[in-house]
Design a protein around this ligand. Structure first.
Ligand SMILES: Cc1cc2nc3c(=O)[nH]c(=O)nc-3n(C[C@H](O)[C@H](O)[C@H](O)COP(=O)(O)OP(=O)(O)OC[C@H]3O[C@@H](n4cnc5c(N)ncnc54)[C@H](O)[C@@H]3O)c2cc1C
Length: 298
């Protein structure tokens, strides 16, 4: 028995290394100015999918919506154990809020088709909303389990998983197909050396055309032949536009995004003044007196 699992992964700006040019005047992220990394919890979602593949047998398809260089997180997923990759890329997707993002990903999932599970990270470290997974489940009319730590059981009809809740955990079982958002509760496996040697050649059609152009190689037939050759060896990364995914142009990108970031402010945290208290009865009594008189206590 084999399953088909889609994992949605996002390339995000490294929020540990924010610079002054991080935001554009329109309030959207200036991705070109920041180093790009694999969203951390999406690595946990991928790891969970690969564990299910090891335990039950599965085809793992990774998908992302992003600019052409987001293909990098797809290649990284292939190095770790994913079987196929899809890049949803089109200028029309730019400026999407969570509503437009989850709609675009729902079109992508429908085009991939015939899936048993969709896994997402709980949250992306740039937008930080944790809305995309749940919204995607709603759009596809799927049962969902959020904050998943571990899958306990999987069969062709159900999945049973343990999810984190405040102060403990909860075990839920839902019917397949289903969507789960995954938290940082496993150790993502490293990239596999043999897979890296194989999949470093994986390309989207645009990347391949760019490689040829950079080499001043303009033979269209040679390009088509190489594309066919890579496809036969499982090394083509699918590249879909909004039209390929049959996405309604009114529901994607800035046009389909009711959320507008009105203002971005830099917050500079300053250490407040510190005060030494003598560890004596008199010091403590004086502190209590001050706390009561400024109404912090009492
Ligand atoms: C400062 C700031 C504030 C913002 N505020 C809002 C806001 O209030 N409301 C709003 O709607 N949008 C907001 N956005 C935009 C929002 O971040 C993006 O629309 C983003 O595409 C989706 O939201 P997220 O990053 O919060 O994803 P989350 O919902 O946190 O992501 C959860 C998971 O969904 C999957 N996922 C998310 N995006 C993609 C993708 N492009 N491709 C593949 N998988 C994906 C991943 O598995 C990810 O782990 C804001 C952006 C910024 C920079």
């Amino acid at each position: 028995m084999s399953y088909k699992i889609i994992v949605f992964v996002k390339q995000v700006p490294d929020t540990q290394n924010i610079t002054g040019e991080a935001m554009k005047p329109d309030g959207t992220v200036n991705r070109a100015a920041l180093p790009a990394i694999f969203n951390p919890e999406d690595l946990n979602a991928l790891e969970l999918a690969l564990q299910l593949k090891d335990r039950y047998g599965a085809k793992v398809v990774v998908g992302t919506m992003g600019p052409p260089n987001a293909a990098e997180v797809l290649r990284e997923s292939l190095y770790r154990g994913a079987d196929e990759a899809v890049l949803l890329t089109d200028r029309a997707f730019a400026g999407a809020d969570t509503l437009a993002t989850s709609y675009a990903l729902s079109c992508c999932a429908k085009k991939i088709g015939d899936f048993d599970l969709i896994l997402c990270g709980r949250q992306a470290i740039d937008g930080d909303t944790a809305q995309v997974g749940p919204q995607l489940a709603e759009k596809l009319n799927l049962p969902q389990i959020s904050y998943v730590q571990e899958v306990l059981e999987l069969d062709k009809r159900h999945v049973k998983a343990r999810r984190e809740i405040d102060g403990g955990y909860e075990i839920l079982e839902v019917k397949l197909p289903a969507l789960m958002t995954v938290i940082n509760a496993n150790e993502p496996r490293p990239q596999n050396g043999r897979r890296l040697m194989k999949y470093k050649k994986a390309r989207t059609a645009s990347e391949l055309a760019k490689d040829h152009a950079n080499a001043n190689y303009t033979d269209a037939e040679a390009l088509a032949a190489e594309q066919e050759n890579l496809a036969e060896r499982g090394l083509m990364i699918y590249e879909w536009t909004a039209a390929d995914a049959k996405a309604d142009p009114e529901r994607i990108g800035l046009k389909g995004s009711p959320t507008k970031v009105k203002n971005i402010q830099n917050v500079i945290l300053k250490a407040s003044e510190s005060k030494m208290i003598d560890p004596t009865a008199q010091g403590i009594s004086q502190l209590m007196h001050e706390l009561i008189s400024d109404h912090t206590l009492g």
